[in-house]
Design a protein around this ligand. Structure first.
Ligand code: N01
Length: 533
């Protein structure tokens, strides 16, 4: 027997929880969340790997919709670790009585639009069927784990884990020979922590990466008070910046100052740490020569920190502009290579050929004995979590077919041919280029306002047009091409980390503030680019 709903929300992370509050509590809709995991948290439910921590500062990595929530919750560290964010989201679920409207351990395996009834029919792995007017995906951008297809994995005699599907009980590395593949944001966080626990850690690096020290620390009582007293100003600042962070990007250009002053300003950014380093100048991500200066500074730092010259060279041999891939931030990543029990192996020049029963072998024949392999190999980002749900719109049109050459959306929110389907933080929206809760709140509120508009005007469907999606795709490309972002040709922003995935720059790089204004204008003008009927 199908369960009838006004709205079904897929996913109980930051997006799904707030969407539920908007639709159930504010609009009074019959709304429900289905969640694959056994608890709330999304990314923070699954990513429990050693060192998992957010790179947004804690006082900005939270909801802003409730003044009371902002005032009562207290973060303990500058960058919140996974367990603390999960506690926060559990607190939100309890405080707003959300659990009664969430079905856990419920994986969506199919969603089809029934045009005659104007309903989405959603099937779960457990055999339940939901029929709903609005289908809202809140599945996250980085939730489909990418385990590389390396021959021999099934015959590996040790244990192996992907960081995005980490065991809840943790992994005991004591006395173990560990191999870690991947040096993105995740790998860079995991290395120093695993190195402290394991007998030996071999890091297999394909692409060397920049990283900025996070300078994580316990928050002082003064700072905690400051963020409460100035909560409104901080939110206003976050809403005014391109990335939704609580600090402004300095508009001065790298060559506005002389070499000595430039060095001093980079040094100051390095000392402040985290994503604030990038904010020291306004043109680092748009001007190659300016970027070269920032890149050169970081490479010098790597060479200063890492004692062994050959290891330092390999770590500093970075082939893309700084911040063209998501810039990791770390706690003693480069320092970890000074430990006797950590080794770096270049798998760009000598790729992994196979996993053997006892470890791993490179193409040259060089082999490694390993007890545990950690895949810090990222995700089938942005489109992966949507495509695995087998979503079908008008006339059985499969999302996978529509997106065969890459995702096309209007505003990252809707796909032509899929009425009343909203994709929160979908491809074509700022999403991963923004502090996520800021992007998420804007999407939840926009969708909610759109539904209010429809109900007030007796409208049954909202659907973007192919022309609007095509034009938006052009603008997404234009925004990316105005930056150095596409120059990192192996980036997951482009889908390049997954073999066979179309190379399309997926997030909107025009900035959250600009995007927010554009979405507001679309709503104010009666939703041009959408057909409402
Ligand atoms: O994944 P990634 P991630 N053989 O795709 C390598 C967010 N995040 O999980 O670059 C060998 O960035 C791959 O090499 P290459 C953040 O948005 C945030 O680290 O493709 N290596 C790369 O080194 C981030 O960007 C936080 O050549 C292989 C690595 O694996 C996003 O999540 C923390 C390989 C994958 O890096 C994803 O980060 C963590 C193969 N076959 C994550 N396949 C914070 O907030 C892949 N690699 C701090």
């Amino acid at each position: 027997m199908a369960k009838e709903l006004d709205a079904l929300i897929v996913g109980a992370g930051f997006s799904g929880l707030y969407m539920l509050i908007c639709l159930r509590d504010r609009l009074g809709l019959e709304a429900r969340v289905v969640e694959m995991g056994a608890g709330v948290g999304g990314t923070w439910y699954w990513n429990r790997y050693p060192g998992a921590r957010c790179d947004s500062e804690s006082h900005s990595y939270c909801y802003g919709f409730s003044r009371e929530l902002l005032q009562e919750w207290e973060w303990t560290e500058r960058y919140p670790e996974q367990a603390e964010i999960l506690r926060y989201l559990n607190h939100v679920a309890d405080r707003f009585d959300l659990r009664r409207s969430i079905s856990f351990d419920t994986k969506v395996v199919g969603a089809e639009y029934d045009e005659a009834a104007n309903k989405w029919v959603v099937r779960t792995q457990g055999g339940e069927v939901y029929r709903c007017t609005y289908l809202i995906t809140a599945v996250g951008c980085l939730s489909s784990a990418n385990v590389p297809n390396i021959p021999g994995l099934e015959g590996f005699g040790g244990e192996w884990y992907h960081t995005g599907l980490w065991p809840h009980g943790g992994v005991d590395f004591a006395g173990k020979r560990v191999g870690q593949i991947g040096t993105g944001s995740t790998g860079i966080q995991a290395v120093p922590v695993i190195a402290e626990q394991a007998a030996h850690l071999t890091v297999f690096q394909r692409t060397a990466n920049y990283s900025i020290p996070a300078r994580n620390a316990k928050l002082t009582a003064e700072f905690k008070q400051h963020v409460k007293t100035h909560a409104e100003e901080i939110r206003a600042l976050m809403h005014s910046t391109p990335n939704g962070h609580p600090f402004a990007i300095n508009p001065r250009r790298v060559f506005d100052v002389d070499a000595a002053e430039r060095e001093r300003l980079f040094e100051d950014g390095w000392r402040r740490g985290g994503l604030q380093f990038r904010a020291a100048f306004g043109d680092v991500l748009v001007d190659q020569k300016a970027n070269d200066e920032a890149a050169g500074f970081i490479k010098r730092k790597i060479r200063e920190v890492v004692a062994d010259p050959a290891t330092a060279e390999l770590l500093a041999d970075i082939d893309h502009p700084f911040a063209a891939k998501r810039p990791p931030i770390d706690s003693a990543y480069f320092e970890a290579f000074n430990r006797d029990n950590v080794a770096l192996v270049d798998v760009r020049r000598d790729p992994v050929a196979e996993i053997t029963p006892g470890g791993l072998k490179l193409e040259s024949g060089r082999s490694f004995e390993l007890d545990i392999i950690v895949f810090a190999t990222g995700f089938d980002a942005m489109t992966g979590p949507l495509l695995r749900m087998d979503i079908r719109g008008r006339d059985g049109l499969a999302l996978g077919d529509v997106w065969a050459a890459g995702p096309t959306t209007y505003l990252g929110l809707q796909v032509a041919g899929f009425p009343n389907l909203f994709t929160m933080t979908g491809p074509g929206s700022p999403s991963v280029l923004c502090n996520m809760p800021v992007a998420i709140e804007q999407h939840a509120e926009w969708i909610s306002d759109c539904i209010v508009h429809m109900r007030a005007n007796g409208l049954r469907t909202v659907e973007t047009t192919e022309a609007a999606a095509e034009e938006w795709g052009r603008q997404v490309n234009e925004a990316a091409n105005a930056t150095l972002l596409p120059k990192a040709t192996h980036s997951w922003y482009l889908g390049a980390n997954v073999p066979g995935k179309p190379r399309v720059f997926m997030p909107y790089a025009g900035g959250m503030a600009r995007y927010r204004a554009h979405c507001a204008q679309v709503a104010a003008e009666g939703y041009p680019g959408f057909v409402l009927a």
